[in-house]
Ligand binder design. Sequence first.
Ligand code: NI
Ligand code: MN
Length: 226
Amino acid sequence: MKIRFLGHSGFEIKMKNHTLVFDPYISPNELASHINLSEVQPDFVLLTHGHGDHIADAEQLSKDNDALCISNYEVINWLGAKGVKGHPLNHGGKKEFAFGTAKYVNAIHTSSFPDGTYAGNPGGFVIWDDEICFYHAGDTALTLDMKLIPLTCPKLDFAILPIGDNFTMGYEDAAIAADYIDCPKIIGCHFNTFAPITIDLEKAKEAFKNRGKELILLEIGDSIEI
Ligand code: NI
Ligand code: MN
């Protein structure tokens, strides 16, 4: 499976012949200015919550590529009013799509749209097919609910966790989250985009190493194969 970091919490993930894009925040992000939006071509756009740093390019990417948006009920309604195709989930619900199964799971955070309106409650996604399973946590604090993931989903091969602190859990708590979700391989996100979430990357890697976990930190635009 090929995973490309699009900056902040944004990832492009290829599942067999389907392209999934999570939380696209590319055009407003100066750090991602080398990524051309027209080269990001999702079949599905998955949005963890309504904050601007997660949905900035959702409308354009969905429309330009005739992609299906997957998020909570409120986010899908809000985008639907703008003409975006969508499928709503709510917490604890899962659904089979062409790429595999998506389950919308709990996050401890807030959510509203850039225009200030209610965006429902924030979440994360667990995604799996017959070969691989991963978790994109969205924006969240460390929460005991994460212990439900290994009880209710296939074994995680990797997880994308926020590590930047201030608005989400920091890397110390994220390393504990890696234990809760029983996942050895973590890709960090939601760090170094803005001043309040600037962190020491070596210390972050150390925090995971101390718990026997691997923290992978990608450069914006870079890909890995898992
Ligand atoms: Ni947020
Ligand atoms: Mn955020």
